[in-house]
Write a protein that binds this ligand. Structure first.
Ligand code: C2E
Ligand code: CA
Ligand code: CA
Length: 467
């Protein structure tokens, strides 16, 4: 080969190599661009598109799949108080923790904000998904998160949807996991599987409402009663009535499964009236049997209006019950929704001698400031601060501060969700007036509640004092 043809061959090879390099570069850039389009820039997790790319082939092939939708509780407060940069930093920590916990069992993606999804292909069943969901929440609970130098406690709520049973395509699964997640958030129970019967958008939810009308007439609604004891646990002070539905086909339904639907209709007023009358009648019966306590009834935000006073009068008269021995538990949300209206109604209840408690205190965004001008008697500290009081020093700071402030405002402080002897002891030491929780007793049917009080030696000899 001549020198000229060698030079020519080299030139051609060089050109070919340069073209190949260019081609590789373009391909790589396309791949990078595609990768970028399916990556969440903040956390490096996949995004909604990545979720679709993983889910669609699995669902199209008719394989089993489960979707977990996780939303952090109260994350807005983190952003609002500590700023978005700190919030973003926390989301990165959460993303890492979720990925590490899920491991090879599923794919974690971030859908936006503080919402994450986990796709699990071929799950053994709903139970495997529930176990995984609980594992994720447990990991969050011990997460050791920091926003800058501020240590942060996080919790979340997870909704579960199972392909085939709860939805066919990804859109449907996401929507249903979302419904379940909101139900879990409302019920503050951490994890819930989608349930068509309680989905307000589904025919099942409407059917449930239709059945409820009949249920009230057929005595399918029952009240369970949970005791409140003195701070030292030695005295029974009262019971709280909690509604349940003994559904003929679905078994015992908890309030979280039907109450949110009822609250959207005028049926809630009938339910409030039924609960008030039934609870006071039960209390009067117990009194005649030697169990003298007060009775607390929960009142939904929508029922906290002028009409409530008439219902209270009627129930007091029917049971010949003294207003001082009736406690109405209203939530913070009711107070925030209509502060002026709440103040008016509470003032009239107080004039009538009825006691009013603010329930779930600390769960929403109320501060003690909202209580100004609201003539309540009691503050029930939300169970999220009580549950792990002994393990979390920050919770103890919050609880002791609330107790001190409430006492200065002349309010009785009740701690709910007391599950352990350690929490009960700490609360007693902090000066909490009343305790309530599984550690003492779960909500019990009337007969079992009386038996519990008697076995604990808490049923007093009858001092029948009628109104
Ligand atoms: P709530 O008034 O905050 O009632 C306390 C809830 O916590 C009850 O759930 C009770 O069973 C549960 N609980 C009690 N002790 C513990 C504990 O130690 N640990 C844990 N983890 N949980 C505990 P339930 O019965 O499912 O009621 C949920 C909510 O439904 C109630 O929350 C109340 O807001 C509402 N509700 C219940 N009955 C009625 C009613 O008759 N009318 C209205 N309007 N609302 C009601
Ligand atoms: Ca309550
Ligand atoms: Ca509560």
């Amino acid at each position: 080969m001549s020198a000229a043809s060698i030079a020519w061959t080299i030139a051609v090879l060089e050109t070919l190599l340069a073209a190949a390099a260019l081609l590789v570069l373009c391909l790589r850039r396309d791949r990078d661009r595609a990768e970028l389009a399916r990556t969440d820039p903040l956390t490096g997790l996949g995004n909604r598109r990545a979720l679709a790319e993983s889910a669609d082939p699995v669902l199209a092939a008719g394989r089993g799949a489960g979707l977990l939708l996780l939303d952090l509780d109260g994350f807005k407060d983190v952003n609002d108080t500590l700023g978005h940069t700190a919030g973003d930093d926390v989301l990165v920590q959460v993303a890492r923790l979720l990925s590490a916990t899920v491991g090879g069992r599923g794919r974690v993606t971030r859908l936006g904000g503080d919402e994450f999804a986990v796709l699990v292909a071929d799950p053994a069943g709903a139970q495997e998904l529930e176990v995984l969901a609980k594992r994720l929440l447990a990991a969050l609970a011990v997460g050791g998160f920091h926003a800058g130098t501020v240590p942060l406690d996080l919790s979340g709520s997870i909704g579960i949807a199972l392909a085939g049973q709860d939805g066919r395509d990804l859109g449907q699964l996401l929507q249903r996991a979302d419904v379940a997640m909101y139900a879990a958030k409302r019920a503050r129970c951490g994890v819930l599987r989608y349930d068509a019967a309680t989905d307000p958008h589904s025919a099942g939810g409407l059917e449930l409402l239709g059945q409820l009308r009949q249920a009230m007439e057929d005595d399918q609604l029952v009240l369970h009663y949970q005791p409140k004891v003195s701070g030292d646990g030695a005295r029974l002070l009262g019971f709280e009535a909690l509604v349940r539905w003994e559904h003929p086909r679905r078994g015992l339904l908890l309030p979280a499964e039907f109450l949110p639907h009822v609250e959207r209709t005028h049926l809630i007023h009938a339910l409030t009236r039924w609960t008030m009358i039934t609870a006071l009648r039960q209390a009067a019966t117990w009194r005649a049997q030697g169990l003298c306590t007060s009775m607390a009834v929960n009142v939904s935000a929508v029922s906290l209006d002028e009409g409530l006073l008439g219902v209270v009068e009627e129930a007091l008269a029917l049971a010949r019950w003294k207003p001082q021995d009736l406690v109405l538990e209203i939530t913070e949300t009711a107070v925030i929704a209509d502060p002026a209206g709440a103040r008016r109604t509470v003032a009239r209840l107080r004039e009538r001698g009825v006691r009013v408690a603010v329930d779930d205190f600390g769960a929403g965004s109320t501060s003690l400031g909202h209580l100004r001008g609201l003539a309540v008697h009691e503050l029930k500290i939300d169970r999220q601060f009580v549950a792990e009081l002994a393990a979390h020093p920050e919770d103890e700071v919050i609880v002791s501060t609330v107790i001190a402030l409430a006492h200065r405002l002349g309010l009785v402080v009740v701690a709910e969700g007391v599950e352990t002897v350690a929490a009960a002891d700490r609360l007693c030491a902090l000066g909490c007036d009343e305790l309530q929780g599984y550690f003492f007793a779960r909500p019990l049917p009337a007969g079992a509640a009386l038996a519990w009080a008697r076995s604990e030696g808490l049923a007093q000899p009858a001092v029948v004092e009628l109104a």
